[in-house]
Design a protein around this ligand. Structure first.
Ligand SMILES: [Zn+2]
Length: 325
């Protein structure tokens, strides 16, 4: 009957056409899902890719999401990315985005500062009397191997000196060095590898970009608010517990701030490179910010010009590391 010509043939054609139109309409009918997908172009906010949405339903991997002065590129499924900015004014900029293995998105935000610090450091507990800490739900299970970028360094600081300062800062975390008489029970490990032409995967607007697998400490521009920023990427640990660190990059904002390795004497506005580095190393190893009212801890969200107090850890900083390692 295949070759049959008959009066019903045009009818079939019309039926097929209508069926195609119906199918097309059915596809358009799936459009109610698309309003939950972000706009196809440009930067997104967390509202454009809300918690519970999926990067598989709405292609979003690699798109930049901004929130509260920081940002990050949506990572591959099975990955968490965190941005932590250290500011000059006490404001906290940072958040965490997790893309589960099934593509589902979730966020974690630092508790927003709701009121100005009244007494600041003078009214806050002394570092050895302050047990406050926060952890970020991730840790380095092996050895944190890191590189030093080959770009420019803050005025007067040689690359060898910067390396020593950063190695000391990392060692302060891994050995939980403190002036409180607390013994070292922290089993964290780190190793400096080499200088590299690779960059920290952080852009000039304090946004964590696509990770390249190398943990790099370098300098650059982070926009006006951030003195330094750490971006970290992690994945679920096989045995449960804190996530496993994959990469952590640190950038110092040498575009907007002055740094010094010797903040004595005439220092008026420079930031102590070692104090800032110790704070950032705390993030690398999974510490979060200690929160308002804890200005004298190394993991307080703000840095203080010319102060060296964050070079060594306070009680809460040590307790936070002990809780992870
Ligand atoms: Zn911080």
């Amino acid at each position: 009957m295949a070759g049959r010509r008959g009066p019903d043939q045009p009818g079939r054609a019309i039926t097929a056409f209508l069926l195609a139109v119906t199918l097309a309409a059915a596809c358009v009918g799936q459009a109610p899902r698309t309003p939950s997908c972000p706009p196809a172009r440009g930067e997104l906010t967390v509202d454009d890719l809300p918690a519970g949405s999926s990067v598989l339903d709405c292609p979003a991997v690699g798109r930049v999401i901004t929130h509260d002065g920081a940002g990050l590129a949506v990572p591959e499924p099975g990955t968490t990315v965190s941005v932590d900015a250290l500011t000059a004014d006490g404001s906290a900029h940072g958040f965490t985005l997790t893309v589960a293995a099934d593509g589902t998105v979730s966020y974690a935000y630092e508790a927003a500062r709701t009121e100005a610090v009244r007494g600041g450091r003078a009214d806050a507990p002394a570092p050895c009397a302050d047990a406050a800490y926060a952890t970020a739900g991730r840790k380095e299970y092996g050895t944190y191997e890191w590189f030093l970028g080959d770009g420019r360094l803050p005025g007067g600081i040689s690359r060898a000196e910067a390396r020593r300062a950063f190695e000391d800062a990392v060692a302060t975390i891994t050995a939980s060095r403190n002036d409180c008489g607390l013994d070292d029970r922290v089993a964290a490990k780190a190793r400096y590898l080499a200088t590299t032409s690779s960059k920290a995967d952080i852009d000039r607007e304090t946004r964590c970009m696509r990770p390249d697998g190398l943990s790099v400490w370098d300098t650059g521009d982070l926009g006006g608010d951030a003195v330094a920023t750490t971006c970290s990427w992690s994945r679920p640990a096989p045995g449960g517990g804190p996530e496993e660190l994959l990469e952590a990059d640190v950038r110092f904002n040498t575009h907007d701030y002055a740094f010094t390795d010797d903040p004595s004497g005439a220092c008026t506005r420079a930031y102590d490179l070692r104090s800032v580095a110790t704070h950032e190393a705390g993030h690398v190893f999974g510490l979060g910010h200690s929160g308002p009212g804890h200005e004298n801890l190394t993991m307080f969200a703000s840095s203080f010009a010319c102060s060296t107090s964050a070079r060594t850890l306070g009680k809460g900083d040590v307790l936070g590391l002990r809780s992870l390692y």
